[in-house]
Design a protein around this ligand. Structure first.
Ligand code: KG4
Ligand code: ZN
Length: 339
């Protein structure tokens, strides 16, 4: 079954052609990062306008690179949320229009669930359940028990900032560009991760929830002075930035790795599947593997960690296989949907 995936939840317009949930024929992304960089984060109205401009060309490119005609598509899968409502409306309406004109079904999938599916795509014949799912993206930080594709029991989540968001904010504090994750990772490579005694927050009686906003404030006060705000000037030396980046990254990763392993053990998980933009970080992978526990860990392969449409097409196939019916044209995208 050939599935066209469409992704437009935030600042990437993406389209992909995937067969039977795993065989990726094309995976195209039109990134808006260079435009949003000027604003220090995603500017939603601008994002919508750029999605309108890019969406048809990126679908055409995905068809061209997969060497298929649009008439060959069997199903259209689209991210229906969570995300920015303007950008979501564009992807969902294009999927509906294609569904009408090609007389093919369409299906809306959860973007967060697709991030986890990205870690499963290469191993569909050997999925292990129950498993632990860890979603670490710009908008979400979630620990969940996975009973099957589509069946989840939430274990924990962030109570304030998402992990990717905290990378972006710390980068901003250090005067670095958006998105902060890749820049912090690069800077941290040259830094001393133990120079600053940073720690992620704890939530009373909720061992699997997360808190990163206190840590972000600690970084702010270290970089700009006690009780300072974002607008204050940086008081540390340029050379200290790498140690801040390394210490911050170490604190965040120690926290999520520790909680993931305890949760995996407590909930008898046979594998850990990790997805979302932050899972692109090599140091995170190294730190997870260093622990050497007896549970296999799966990260998405390259190009599937950050927002992409191959994971949407793949999950769309799995959902359609179970239901054998697409969504109705009355489907509305939602800026917030649970896993
Ligand atoms: O999953 P994603 O592409 O979009 C959302 O669904 O949010 O994640 C984007 C987030 C951003 O906050 C970005 O800074 C972070 O992922 N990110 C990283 C890295 N690459 C992207 N964080 C840490 N290390 C990275 N290498
Ligand atoms: Zn995402």
């Amino acid at each position: 079954m050939l599935v066209l995936g469409i992704e437009s939840t935030c600042d990437e317009t993406a389209a992909a052609i995937v067969e039977d949930g795993y065989k990726i024929f094309s995976n195209e992304i039109a990134s808006q990062i260079d435009i949003h960089k000027k604003y220090g984060g995603v500017f939603p109205e601008l994002a919508s306008r750029i999605h309108i401009k890019n969406i048809i060309p990126i679908i055409d490119l995905s068809l061209k690179n997969a060497k298929i005609k649009k008439e060959d598509i069997d199903l259209i899968a689209v991210a229906k949320g969570p995300g920015l409502i303007g950008p979501l409306l564009i992807g969902v309406n294009v999927a509906k229009a294609l569904s009408i004109s090609l007389k093919k079904p369409f299906i809306g999938v959860n973007h967060i669930e697709a991030h986890i599916y990205a870690a499963m795509m290469e191993n569909l014949n050997n999925l292990k359940f129950p498993a632990l799912g860890l979603i670490i993206s710009g908008g979400h930080t979630i620990l969940t028990k996975i009973l099957d594709i589509g069946k989840y029991e939430k274990i924990g989540a962030t109570t304030d900032d998402a992990i990717g968001e905290s990378f972006d904010k710390v980068a901003k504090i250090l005067g670095l560009e958006y998105p902060g994750g890749p820049i912090i990772e690069k800077l941290a490579k040259q830094g001393d991760s133990n120079r600053y005694d940073f720690k992620a927050g704890k939530i009373k009686n909720r061992p699997f929830d997360f808190s990163f906003s206190g840590l972000k404030t600690k970084v702010l006060y270290t970089v700009k002075g006690q009780n300072s705000s974002m607008h204050n000037a940086i008081i540390i030396k340029k050379n200290d930035k790498k140690d801040i980046a390394a210490s911050f990254q170490r604190a965040v990763f120690e926290d999520i790795i520790k909680k993931s392993y305890i949760a995996a053990k407590n909930f008898n998980c046979k594998a850990i599947y990790i997805g979302g933009g932050v899972s692109n970080n090599q140091k995170l992978k190294d730190m997870f593997y260093e622990k050497k526990i007896n549970i296999p860990i799966f990260f998405p392969k390259k190009d599937l960690s950050l927002d992409n449409a191959a994971m949407i097409a793949g999950l769309g196939y799995q959902k359609f296989k179970k239901r054998i019916i697409g969504d109705l044209l009355s489907l509305h995208p939602l800026s917030s949907i649970p896993l």
